[in-house]
Each structure stands twice: as C-alpha cells, then as structure tokens.
Design a protein around this ligand. Structure first.
Ligand SMILES: Cc1cc2nc3c(=O)[nH]c(=O)nc-3n(C[C@H](O)[C@H](O)[C@H](O)COP(=O)(O)OP(=O)(O)OC[C@H]3O[C@@H](n4cnc5c(N)ncnc54)[C@H](O)[C@@H]3O)c2cc1C
Length: 353
C-alpha cells in the first residue's frame, strides 16, 4: 500500500495495515498542509449547540480508549488525556436541547448534571448555566505523529516527498510512483484531496480554523483558572505545563495556514465571554490549518468507482481524534477482508457524481 499523507488518518491506517503484516509506504511532504499538527485534539461526542451526536459515539469512544492506550503503551508516553468538559449554555433554547438529550438512555453515561449561573463548578462566566460532560478529553496529536513517524521510519515505511498526482501512474497491476510500486494507493492527504484528479468529485467543504496557545500570567493561582475543558462555541482547553489552547474559528472561503488578525481577535473576544478573569491568560502563539471537512459532515472512505486500486480515507472534519481510531479499523477490515464500510462514510453515496 502507498499512503499519501502522514496526518492522523494516514498514520493510524498505516500502523494498522503494518500490524496486519502488510507492506506499506507513507509519503508525506513534512506536514506542509497538516490539519493534525495544529489541532487541539479535543474529543467531544456531543457536537454543536444542539449537542448533536452520531449513533456511533459509543463505538468511537471504545476505539479511542483502546487505540490511544495501545499506542501510549508502545511509546511509553501518554497520548490521550481524559478531562471533563464544562458545557456553558449560550442560548435559552439550549436548556430544551439539553432536556431532550438527558432523556436518552444511551447518553446518560456522557453527562453528569447541570449547574446554575450562580454556582458554576469552575471560575467561568456562565450567565445561562450549563452542564458537565464526561468521556471528553484530548489527544496530544503532534507527539503521537512524531512517535509514529519514527515507528514507520524504523520499518522503511515513511518517505518525505511532495507527491504530484501527475507522477502517479495507474495500470491493471496497481500503481507506480517513481521507483515505488504498489497494489493500491490510499489518499489520506487532508483537504488537498479536493484537487485530486480521481477523488476531486467528492464534495469537500474545507474549513480554515485558527487556534491560540495561551499561558497564565506569572503569579496566577491554579484556582483562578479552569482545570476542565470550557466549551461555549469557543472552547478553552487546559493542556500540559500550565498552557491553554483556545479554539477555533471557521472560514469556508479561505484555504491557507496563516493565522489572521481577525481570527485571533475573534478568539480572544470569545474567551472574554468564557472566563471571569480573561486577563489572567497571555497570548503565546497563533496557528491555523485547513480542516478536511465535507458537505454532508460525514467522512469519505472507500474505493474509486472506476479504478479499484485507488482508495480514499479522509474527510474527518473537526472530529478526527474521536473518529479516526474506529474508522481506521473499518477501513482496514474493508481493504483486507472485503467487509462493508459504514454506510454513512462509504463514498458509494456519491456514485452518481
Ligand atoms: C485549528 C484546528 C483545530 C482543530 N481542533 C481539533 C480538535 O480539537 N479535535 C479534533 O478531533 N480535530 C480537530 N481538528 C481537525 C483535525 O485536525 C482533523 O480532523 C484531522 O487531524 C485530520 O487528519 P488527516 O490526517 O485527515 O489530515 P491532515 O492532518 O491534514 O494530514 C494530511 C497530511 O498529508 C500531507 N499531504 C497532503 N498532500 C500531500 C501531497 N501531495 N504529498 C505529500 N503529502 C501531502 C499534509 O501535509 C499532511 O501532513 C482541528 C483542525 C484545525 C485546523
């Protein structure tokens, strides 16, 4: 297998295929357009202001626990951190969405009660109250990708190259790229797949996101700042060494990885509505990336309708850390055992295009 892209998608898929005894070579251009390397890696199964959730959330969470724990043991470093999330209501309607949610039996494991504006369990501004979410946290994606890059290199399974589709030839026996020959190629190249001559027909909806890293001002006591993830559209995540990540903006019109002044300002304004004392945090770094989002918000998995040697594993949008562990299991079973892909993710849904 040739895999284009060593983001979270290409890395986990390559790791699984190699563990199944397959010969793999991953080609990556040094993360030039990586979404994974800037992502905060937040795991949140209840997305958006209506707390929408997929019927797959429980299998996703199971795969999250199993996959990152297995990798952490292998690397002897923790990639996954569970941290509860304080969900702040920002519209009155959200009380209703919460009531509907909390009545569902399969969701009760994920939530643990509401709080009122006068008693938030953290130093936050919560004028409409909120609730606490369980089974949330974050993945240290850059450390995981660095570990998997070394793991792949040790198996001669990673090369640094910027791949142009014109240099890929496809014939009845498989695919060729320079001196590399393989039976199959899998595109895990993030939003750049939209320019791909074989998979560009899929409805990508790339989304530029900006994210900030902040540090507490010297002398700030730990009780003055939250130690849970705070989420009210803008979210604040406490990470290692007293730092915080603040994210993220959305822009479907621009596709570059340059942080812009407007994005930084929008995030800082968002933070000022989250905290009682936002002045306790100082801006350290701003970053941006393009999320491989899709028009129906479902990933793109499967085989090209005409060329059986071309595959795609992509389109994980804003939820890659939560969903890629499970979808990479499904993709591996599809490639190696011919198992059917989950219908929501199978690119067969766009066959008419
Ligand atoms: C600001 C921001 C915040 C985010 N926060 C979160 C979050 O909190 N939680 C979460 O789950 N997700 C988050 N995401 C989304 C997350 O990054 C994605 O879901 C996931 O990481 C996508 O991984 P990927 O491997 O599909 O794509 P990518 O990470 O983009 O990987 C693609 C790789 O392929 C390489 N590549 C592309 N084309 C070529 C080529 N022609 N030749 C060689 N190499 C190539 C790229 O350089 C890159 O290294 C965030 C994204 C952004 C931008």
């Amino acid at each position: 297998y040739l895999i284009i892209g060593q983001g979270l998608a290409g890395s986990l898929l390559a790791w699984r295929l190699i563990n199944e005894g397959k010969s793999v070579c991953v080609l990556d251009d040094g993360h030039a357009s990586s979404s994974s390397m800037v992502a905060a890696g937040v795991i949140n199964p209840l997305a958006g202001k209506r707390f929408n959730h997929s019927p797959h959330i429980h299998v996703w969470l199971e795969a999250v626990g199993a996959t990152y724990t297995q990798l952490s043991r292998l690397a002897k470093q923790p990639f996954l951190q569970w941290v509860d999330m304080l969900r702040l209501f920002r519209e009155k309607d959200q009380h209703r969405y919460y009531e509907r949610l909390s009545g569902q039996e399969n969701i009760q494991l994920l939530i643990s009660g509401t709080f009122t504006p006068d008693h938030p369990p953290q130093p936050v501004a919560a004028p409409l109250g909120g609730f606490i979410q369980k089974h949330t946290g974050y993945v240290r994606i850059p450390s995981l990708l660095a570990f998997l890059a070394d793991w792949l290199k040790a198996r001669q399974a990673l090369e640094i190259a910027s791949v142009s589709s014109e240099d890929i030839s496809v014939d009845d026996h498989g695919v060729r790229y320079g001196r590399l020959r393989a039976g199959d190629i899998i595109f895990c190249d993030g939003y750049r797949s939209m320019k791909n001559p074989w998979f560009g027909y899929l409805p990508f909806a790339p989304d530029k996101g900006e994210i900030l890293t902040l540090q507490a001002r010297p002398g700030t006591g730990s009780a003055q700042l939250p130690d849970m993830i705070i989420n009210a559209a803008t979210w604040l995540l406490p990470v290692d060494n007293g730092a915080f990540r603040l994210g993220s903006t959305h822009n479907h019109r621009i596709q570059d990885n340059q942080p812009a002044a407007e994005g930084i300002q929008a995030l800082l304004e968002g933070m000022s509505r989250l905290l009682d004392h936002p002045e306790l945090l100082m801006l350290e770094k701003s970053e941006a990336g393009v999320l491989p989002a899709t028009s129906d918000r479902q990933p793109f998995l499967g085989t090209h309708p005409v060329h059986p040697q071309l595959h795609i594993f992509n389109g994980f949008g804003a939820h890659g850390s939560l969903t890629i562990p499970w979808y990479s299991q499904q993709m591996t079973a599809f490639l190696l055992e011919g198992k059917t892909l989950p219908e929501n993710a199978d690119i067969k849904r766009f066959a008419r295009r």
